[in-house]
Design a protein around this ligand. Structure first.
Ligand code: ADP
Ligand code: MG
Length: 369
């Protein structure tokens, strides 16, 4: 049941220094716009995944005029995660004091689910966001997945390099056997995951919103009537022309539709937020069911797009999942109200105020409301 006991931040966005002790269940973070609430969640995300969640903007996480930033996380199970970055170098990751070569180690120890404005990408973005979403789930419950995916990626890169160089069939063929073997393995693992996940998701959605005709359809990245071997043989000519591999598990998707139309074109923003929240909550539930591990939930700006009733519904599901929760918002009384009406215990929760990058735990805690 990983949760974060203590977090230390140095020069991360507008947070110069912070040392925070968190509650194991709920932590509320309030402050005005631009105070640093999202930056705090981003720092946690950075420690758990080795990357920012604002990658799209490619803005540097290191504080302006500083040449280094660091985030350290002490977990309740005594694991200790650290990540630092200097202006010149790549990330340096440490797990329990030892250097780690990949961020997969962080992710394994600290399963995170992030709810923020970028989560809408699951509905309105391209297949990549949805593929990464499925793969998060598979990665956490099926330990064979990571190696299969890494080896597949290497194989795909090699194959694509040869295609770009207009290499001959005989040069590319040796890669194809491994490509096909790993493609099938990845597809099998994703499929077994979704077999359990989709009913869990249907249940979670039914707790949040009623949407007739909502469908989730997995497409594996190549035609269902063909084997991967037949597919790559048939697409050989096209692959050669375009210079990359056009079919395979790197093209998989989880299509989300209502009456055969993309759900993003039909649902209101609030309904979209409920659907993407359900997707993430159901993944958390499945992780707990299959591995006994709970997630840490990072909910940036909970009230945005949701009315009071829907905020309560989301929080009630969160409460039942039993993981550690971080929720940000601008209106303190509104957040406390939501929490108190959705089952969380105020005496077990903590309240933090953020102002100009300074974060302080409220002495009065949640009882101040
Ligand atoms: N690298 C950085 N160094 C210093 N400040 C930054 C950096 N990146 C963003 N900021 C600033 O940090 C402030 C807090 O942003 P944010 O955490 O998104 O606020 P909130 O979520 O509370 O509205 C903003 O004023 C933003 O301009
Ligand atoms: Mg924010």
């Amino acid at each position: 049941m990983p949760s974060i006991r203590q977090l230390q931040i140095t020069s991360f966005r507008n947070i110069s220094e912070a040392k925070l002790d968190f509650a194991p269940d709920l932590n509320l973070i309030t402050g005005e716009n631009g105070s640093g609430k999202s930056s705090l969640l981003e720092a946690i995300h950075y420690a758990g995944l080795g990357r920012s969640f604002r990658n799209i903007r490619q803005t540097p996480v290191i504080q302006h005029n500083k040449d280094y930033c660091a985030v350290y996380c002490q977990l309740n199970n005594d694991n200790y995660l650290g990540i630092s970055k200097s202006n010149k170098g790549a990330n340096e990751i440490r797990v329990n004091g030892k250097k780690a070569s990949t961020s997969a180690k962080l992710a394994r120890l600290l399963p995170l689910q992030l709810f923020n404005a970028e989560a809408f990408q699951l509905l309105e973005g391209g297949p990549k966001a949805r593929r990464q979403f499925i793969d998060w789930g598979v990665f956490h419950v099926e330990h064979r997945f990571y190696d299969a995916w890494r080896n597949f990626k290497r194989c795909l890169q090699n194959r694509n390099t040869l295609l770009r160089k207009q290499a001959r069939t005989t040069e590319i063929a040796p890669w194809d056997q491994e490509f096909c073997r790993l493609a099938e393995q990845i597809d099998d693992l994703r499929r077994s995951y979704l077999e359990i996940y989709l009913p869990e998701l249907a249940h979670t959605i039914s707790r949040l919103v009623q949407l007739d005709g909502l469908e989730f359809q997995y497409s594996r990245g190549w035609k269902s009537e063909c084997s991967i071997r037949e597919t790559i043989e048939r697409s050989w000519g096209r692959d050669h022309i375009v210079g990359h591999t056009t079919a395979g598990p790197h093209r998989a998707d989880l299509k989300i539709k209502i009456d055969s139309q993309p759900a993003s074109a039909i649902l209101s923003r609030g309904q979209q937020k409920l659907v993407v929240s359900a997707m993430k909550l159901a993944q958390g539930a499945q992780l707990a069911n299959l591995s006994g591990n709970t997630c840490v939930y990072l909910i940036d700006d909970l009230p945005a797009e949701l009315d009071r009733k829907n905020r309560q519904k989301v929080c009630a599901v969160l409460h039942d999942l039993g993981g550690q929760v971080f929720i940000t918002g601008t209106e303190e009384t509104e957040l406390i109200d939501t929490l108190q009406t959705s089952g969380f215990d105020a005496t077990e929760s903590k309240l933090f105020h953020v102002k100009h990058g300074k974060i302080e735990a409220s002495e009065a805690g949640l009882k101040s409301a």
